[in-house]
Design a protein around this ligand. Structure first.
Ligand SMILES: [Zn+2]
Length: 485
């Protein structure tokens, strides 16, 4: 009799490649998938009855701000509860490392106050993560705004050659220590003055290290085509793959323009490696800034340092109670965070359904009243958009959150259910899976996730963390395939 560590019995395998589902048992040994098929005679230390459940690769959250959550809340409940087994950290130009700073400007404060920015090198951050592992795996980007804040005395100008050299050195250190690439957030004040030339000069070590370039672009509204062009040019000059983060069209004037931007992206993908991620909601969330308020139909305060009592309230109510206009109220309660209803549902659907779109939550785990995407993203795609709205089939939905991001981020041996692959798995009920988090009640775990398994160890089961901490730091492994990207 063959003996395994774990057997998942009687489930329906959806393997992450887009291939049709198939009934099969799945056996795990030594953290890897050891066998798939009829395994009636197999014995295991642990068996899970998967009858009625889908056995899928664990979901890869392609866009997170979980740098600090990995250390602070290692059970990673907001993500483990959704079936996520790997988080990509350090997005939008902001990463916890490398930076030592007592005080940080917005939006760096979204992931930590000064006390959390205590890693002089990326290696120091990785070593602390490895010394106290989390439940889930992480693949980490280095933030260009973090490099700027740690290198430049003033941020409202392009970097000097000496500053570029210093930032380039910090990026090279990080890549050598296991970072998978560079992120930028030229939309945000700390990097708004950075030119494409600066980013290309700082990012010079990426190509040799096999890193990639992810960007919260300079503009997601009126000037989005110019922002896409800048992004493609930077990727092309760097000679590395590009990830367009949380693709969206913000502001009523731009509603419907995803037809235009997706055509531009599809055309560009024939010439250089480009991909994108998206979250399944029509509201965005980031720092509160007066200049964005006019673009939104509704604004909800997610946190405020000066007025914590306003978290969860509509900015319109806050403005009324302060006797101010919306923009003055936003100024009055900063530093703060907000949810902005700025997108069109038809754009969200078109972008989600685009074949190259990966799923990324963009959740903000330290907000007092976070956007529901933090706890709801993956079950919302599988339940609401796939099952209920029939936007795409279940195999395609799973591919967008597993095989596709594993290939694009170079997470070799993950994102698929295949013999020899890492046993990162999610068991869910396709009939009941649903997001429960709402804008009014944003911290509710999703329903329908039976188990989340990382490297063969069950980290979440029946609505609760198990206490297992098998997470590891993943490196990017680039294959020689010419189709890569
Ligand atoms: Zn962003």
């Amino acid at each position: 009799l063959l003996s395994y560590d774990l057997v998942l019995r009687g489930g329906t395998v959806i393997d992450g490649t887009g291939a049709p589902r198939a009934a099969a048992d799945v056996a795990v040994s030594g953290g890897r998938i050891a066998a798939i098929g009829r395994l009636d005679g197999a014995r295991a230390e642990c068996e899970i009855d998967a009858a009625g459940l889908v056995v899928a690769p664990g979901f890869i959250d392609a866009h997170t701000h979980d740098d600090r959550l990995l250390l602070e809340s290692p059970d990673m409940a907001p993500k483990a509860s959704q079936g996520v087994t790997t988080v990509v950290t350090g997005n939008c130009g902001i990463s916890l490392a490398p930076l030592v700073a007592a005080d940080v400007p917005a939006p760096l404060d979204l992931i930590g106050d000064g006390g959390w920015y205590r890693f002089p090198t990326f290696r120091a951050y990785r070593e602390e993560c490895e010394a106290r592992p989390a439940a889930l795996n992480a693949a980490a980007l280095v933030g260009h705004s973090t490099l700027r804040v740690g290198t430049m005395a003033t941020l409202d100008r392009p970097a000097t050659p000496a500053e570029i050299g210093a930032m380039r050195g910090k990026l090279a250190e990080a890549l050598a220590a296991g970072a998978i690439g560079l992120s930028t957030g030229t939309f945000y004040p700390p990097a708004r003055a950075a030119t494409a030339d600066e980013i290309v000069a700082v990012g010079e070590p990426l190509a040799a290290a096999g890193g990639l370039y992810c960007t919260h672009m300079r503009d997601e509204g009126d000037r989005i085509v110019e922002a896409l062009d800048e992004t493609f040019a930077i990727g092309s000059r760097l000679g590395v793959p590009v990830v367009v983060s949380h693709h969206k069209l913000a502001g009523r004037r731009n509603h419907g323009r995803s037809a235009e931007t997706l055509a531009i992206l599809a055309e560009r993908m024939r010439r250089q490696p480009v991909c994108l991620d998206c979250y399944p909601y029509r509201a965005s969330s980031t720092m509160l800034s007066a200049e964005r308020v006019g673009q939104a139909e509704r604004v909800i305060v997610t946190w405020s340092k000066t007025r914590p009592d306003f978290a969860g309230r509509d900015l319109a109510d806050v403005a009324k109670s302060l006797g101010l206009g919306l923009e003055a109220a936003a100024e009055a309660i900063r530093p703060a965070g907000a949810i902005y209803f700025v997108m069109d549902e038809a754009d969200v659907r078109r972008i989600l359904a685009f074949p190259e779109t990966m799923i990324g939550s963009d959740g903000l785990p330290h907000d007092a009243r976070p956007h529901p995407r933090l706890w709801g993203t993956f079950p919302r795609v599988l339940g609401h958009y796939c099952r209920d709205e029939r936007l795409f089939g279940l195999e395609e939905a799973v591919r967008k959150m597993t095989g596709l991001p594993a290939a694009r981020f170079g997470l070799a041996g993950r994102g698929v259910v295949a013999v020899g692959a890492a046993a990162d798995l999610c068991l869910f009920d396709p009939a009941t899976i649903a997001d429960a988090a709402t804008f009014d009640d944003p911290d509710r775990p999703a329903t329908g996730i039976a188990a989340t398994i990382v490297s063969g160890r069950v980290v979440w089961r029946n609505g609760a963390p198990t206490g297992e901490r098998p997470g590891r730091f993943l490196r990017r492994e680039v294959t020689a395939s010419p189709a890569a990207g």
